[in-house]
Write a protein that binds this ligand. Structure first.
Ligand SMILES: *[C@@H]1O[C@H](CO)[C@@H](O)[C@H](O)[C@H]1NC(C)=O
Ligand SMILES: *[C@@H]1O[C@H](CO)[C@@H](O)[C@H](O)[C@H]1NC(C)=O
Length: 813
């Protein structure tokens, strides 16, 4: 196996894929800037108990509905809030049918059910719906009237309109009263067709040169007759993958394809009777800059422009070998695809040796009218008004040679987005006008682990604005629908459907956050100090809004209000948790201690994604801690303070006579324990500058009248979970065992902590360790619960406070 694969790669590589491609790893997009899990995503969700497979959707903006097809159910949901079902119909498989299905060797509870697969608009009240119906596809009419859904009783044959097998991909489209469908027409799934169900029903030939074990993905109409200079016809484009016939390899090789047919095709008179006379297909390339087998198309979206010529097909592609975790987005212009079909060369089969067929470029004379072309003015002039009038020569040519020699290449020659990680499954694209009057295609990409990534490509610069998990499931995204009238995205999975806004600018809480998001839907309003949603066609820029999409330049942002430092009281020898929640995945976190970069000591500091653990606090650890996030954008660092803490002793440190007097008094002065803001002088974090707060041990204002004897537990120092402490101790022990020593590089330590799962935070409940003697005199029982953890072992608390000016003798405590 590896041998042939390599040979195959080499063969592929030479002629078509790997020209001028170096061996260096491809440039991939950075992490999504933000990650929103479902509990923060606030998506509206629809699911019904006992019903699964919510993967077929039809937007009925005219009725204010989202039609949702699931297993044995169809729902009419309120398009503004899909958690409200207006009406539902259930379409179950009759028992005898299910039994028959099981006799044929299918699983009763999985395959022998009715999965709704086709849902199309017919007119203002009616829809056409098909279901797999226990491996005997059936279609019917669905009427929405007086707020109620009703399923017809026609129960038409659905063979060829809808798959037998619910696990098989398919594509379908309603054009006028004609249903175009691409699916298998038989029980075994071995006879694939592109079928038009109309009064002249047309289909593809059953030949492997037409369709070779295809996986259908997407279909859409392009109205190419609009303003056509040569009287051309409208066309239906079909995207799929299939086994290649044009490469002869040892193992099966898949390729991505685009095919098209003419809307007015009526088939041939003798040759290609009731078959397409206009079926042409070409390879669709989305080559990743490294040698690989062709990438396989998973989904396509047509982004329409002002006229059909401006239309662009966006596709998501994944590798056909399991060895890569890259996914790609490529975009193709309609005019490029059209040129391949209308002017490109054909491929032709030639037999070499005995029984062996090779596909090569056809270099002979091409008959006229051009094979596969729609009937146009030139053909009409020759007296051919319908495809039925086409000469046999033209029809025989196309029957045997539906494959074009040229491949369709992406607009920019390369993927618009390339990313490692969970595979891309679906895509929709919105063209968004930004403040500068330009438009930017914003890609919403579903992934196999239930996230939707919102991505842009700013002149070659790939940027993923965010990733959102709309449902509490890691099931793949199976359906995406975009509604411009509601500004919502509709998401379908096997476990449920969800709705989320295309943008939620209000989530960006500061100017820096808003501008660095580089989200074309949003701009920072200098007058209102909010991240505002731009109208779909923004008015002329009056200078009150700030947006910097390509450059990501946030230097015009006003200085943020300084973050007040929180007075935090700690018991000596305890573990203190200082929270610092950075919500940009692109930001780096750094801590300052009394204005200087904190020197991270292995046995003292434990950095984790949500903050800092200070182990075995001693008086030398008292002082000002500042957590700062730095994000690089457009080559500039932007820093801002996330949190600042003033660490104070829990109780007046009882100084040894003559030693540490000052420290003790400092504690006394500030022992009021309130959460009042410190004076703004405590921290002055300017934008794009490293903050250097003043030494924090002196009084910084906020002297309140509460008594020092009753300090309150500080809310910011939250519970340290047992798990985190365990992880911390384990890490320390490990480091000790490995003899790594004290002076590990900070970066190394940090990356270790980055990988700590965030779930650790919500892990086990916190059990305060038995309090030491120093707490005994206190009466307030609530006091000692959340703030501190005491390690029983002294082994970890021997840190002799390197690089920090010693205030007192911690060994006394
Ligand atoms: C329907 O959903 C269930 C539950 O997620 C899943 O296991 C099953 O594969 C789905 N069936 C089909 C045909 O997709
Ligand atoms: C809609 O289409 C259905 C099915 O073809 C037909 O019976 C019905 O009369 C049509 N209704 C309207 C309002 O055109």
């Amino acid at each position: 196996m590896p041998g042939p694969r390599l040979a195959l790669l080499a063969l592929l590589c030479a002629p078509l894929l790997c020209l001028a491609h170096g061996q260096q790893p491809p440039v991939t997009a950075p992490s999504p800037r933000k990650t929103l899990h479902h509990q923060d995503a606030h998506a509206r969700v629809f699911r019904e108990e006992g019903v699964w497979n919510y993967t077929t959707m039809l937007l009925r903006e005219d009725l204010g509905l989202l039609m949702l097809g699931a297993r044995e159910a169809i729902y009419a949901l309120n398009i503004s809030d899909i958690s409200h079902s207006q009406s539902a119909v259930y379409w179950r498989v009759p028992e005898d049918k299910q039994t028959q299905c099981t006799y044929k060797g299918k699983n009763a509870d999985v395959e022998c059910r009715n999965y709704i697969r086709t849902l199309h608009k017919i007119n203002s009240t009616s829809m056409y719906v098909c279901g797999t119906n226990a491996f005997s596809p059936t279609c019917d009419y669905l009427v929405f009237a007086d707020g109620q859904l009703r399923l017809g009783e026609v129960h038409e044959e659905g063979k060829g309109k809808c798959p037998f097998d619910p696990l098989q991909r398919y594509a379908s489209l309603m054009v006028g009263n004609d249903l175009y469908s691409a699916t298998a027409i038989n029980f075994l799934g071995s006879e694939p067709v592109l079928l038009r169900s109309s009064h002249t029903t047309l289909r593809t030939e059953f030949k492997s040169s037409w369709l070779n074990e295809p996986n259908f993905v997407y279909m859409n109409l392009v109205p190419e007759s609009d303003n056509s200079a040569d009287g051309d016809d409208d066309k239906v484009y079909l995207f799929f993958s299939e086994n290649a016939v044009e490469y002869d390899f040892y193992s099966k090789l898949m390729v991505s394809r685009v095919a098209r047919v003419c809307k007015e095709d009526m088939g041939g008179q003798r040759t290609l009777q009731r078959k397409w006379t206009s079926f042409l297909k070409a390879r669709l390339d989305c080559s990743v800059p490294q040698p690989s087998l062709p990438y396989i198309v998973q989904d396509i979206f047509l982004l329409s422009g002002d006229s059909w010529e401006d239309g662009v097909f966006y596709g998501v592609f994944t590798p056909q070998s399991e060895s890569s975790d890259l996914s790609a987005v490529c975009a193709y212009s309609i005019t490029d695809i059209r040129n391949v079909f209308s002017a490109g060369k054909y491929k032709t089969p030639v037999s070499v040796e005995t029984s062996h067929i090779k596909w090569v470029m056809f270099s002979g004379d091409v008959p006229s009218p051009r094979p596969g072309a729609c009937i146009n003015d030139a053909a009409r002039k020759q007296g051919m008004k319908r495809s039925l009038d086409l000469p046999d020569k033209t029809l025989q040519f196309i029957r045997d040679r539906p494959l074009m020699d040229d491949a369709v290449r992406p607009i920019t020659g390369a993927p618009l987005l390339l990313r490692r990680g969970p595979a891309f499954t679906r895509i929709v694209v919105d063209n968004v006008a930004s403040l500068d009057g330009q438009t930017h295609p914003v890609m919403f990409i579903g992934t196999e682990n239930g996230f939707v990534q919102k991505a842009v490509n700013y002149g070659g610069d790939m940027h993923i604005i965010e990733e959102v998990q709309p449902l509490d499931t890691d099931q793949p995204i199976k359906t995406l629908r975009l509604s411009l009238s509601t500004g919502q995205l509709y998401v379908g999975t096997e476990a449920g459907a969800a709705q989320m806004p295309l943008s939620d600018c209000g989530r960006y809480s500061s100017c820096l956050d808003c501008v660095l998001a580089r989200d074309p839907y949003c701009a920072w309003s200098l007058t209102d100090s909010v991240c505002a949603t731009l109208p779909r066609s923004p008015d002329t820029d009056d200078g009150s809004l700030l947006q910097s999409l390509k450059a990501g330049d946030a230097s015009s942002c006003p200085e943020p209000t300084p973050v007040a430092s929180k007075a935090t009281h700690v018991a000596m020898d305890s573990t203190v948790r200082l929270d610092c929640q950075v919500d940009s995945n692109l930001a780096e976190v750094s801590w300052l201690f009394n204005g200087e970069p904190l020197q991270v000591l292995v046995q003292k500091h434990y950095l984790f994604p949500q903050g800092l653990l200070l182990l075995s606090a001693s008086t030398s650890d008292l002082g000002e801690y500042t957590c700062q996030a730095t994000e690089h954008s457009g080559g500039h660092p932007y820093s801002h303070v996330i949190a600042a803490y003033q660490l104070l002793p829990l109780q007046p440190v009882i100084p040894e006579p003559g030693v540490g007097e000052g420290g003790g008094e400092g504690g006394d002065d500030q022992g009021d324990g309130t959460d009042e803001d410190e004076g703004p002088g405590a921290t002055e974090p300017p934008v794009s500058k490293v903050t250097a707060p003043k030494k924090g041990t002196t009084t910084t204002g906020g002297d309140d009248d509460s008594t020092p004897e009753q300090p309150q537990p500080n809310a910011e120092v939250r519970q340290v979970t047992g798990l985190q402490v365990a992880v911390a101790s384990l890490a320390l022990i490990l480091i000790g065992v490995l003899g790594v020593g004290l002076f590990l590089g900070r970066g190394r330590i940090r990356s270790r902590f980055r990988s700590t799962p965030s779930s650790a935070r919500n892990g086990t409940a916190y059990h305060p360790a038995p309090q030491g003697k120093e707490d005994n005199h206190r009466t307030d029982q609530n006091f000692n619960t959340p703030t501190t953890v005491t390690f029983s072992g002294k082994g970890v608390s021997n840190g002799p406070s390197v690089a920090i000016t010693t205030i007192g003798e911690e060994s006394e405590i």
